[in-house]
Design a protein around this ligand. Structure first.
Ligand SMILES: [Zn+2]
Length: 147
């Protein structure tokens, strides 16, 4: 879990830097379609700007998803670079912000909807006739083209 951020400590213009390695269980997703493995690295800083707390975040995680073509489990690297998240101070109760849920959501939002093994599934051509048949409807039949 990430450390809590104490707003009072940031009030004199200080920056709260964090650099943590978390287990993949931090993301709390373990399904057939999506799970995570290895470490999750999170580093960044928190500071106040006006009436907001801003988190500036770098993170990396490794997702495991089935290839959309051949269904083989494929690893996908999720990376966040200097993502900035403002949080309104009025939403922070007791002047202590627990960043875990927000960081979790931000990382999960970066997971692609689907993936393909090796970035380009070798079975793509082979399986093409069985994929999304409705796509073929938009193309004229070959013998019509020859007229
Ligand atoms: Zn594949």
């Amino acid at each position: 879990m990430l450390d809590k951020i104490y707003i009072d400590r940031l009030k004199s213009g200080n920056c709260d830097e964090f650099d943590q390695v978390l287990p993949s269980s931090f993301l709390d997703v373990d399904e057939d379609e999506l799970s995570f493995c290895g470490d999750i690295k999170v580093h960044g800083k928190a500071y106040l700007s006006g009436d907001h707390l801003t988190l500036q975040l770098n993170a990396s995680a490794t997702a495991q998803m089935p290839c959309r073509i051949c269904n083989q489990v494929t690893r996908v690297t999720i990376e966040l670079k200097n993502s900035c998240m403002p949080v309104a101070l009025e939403e922070i109760k007791g002047a202590v912000f627990n960043p875990n849920e927000l960081v979790r959501e931000i990382i999960l939002a970066e997971v692609p909807a689907q993936t393909e093994c090796k970035g380009n599934c070798p079975l793509r051509e082979e399986l093409k006739p069985f994929l999304k048949e409705e796509e073929e409807i938009y193309f004229p039949f070959k013998d019509l083209e020859e007229k």
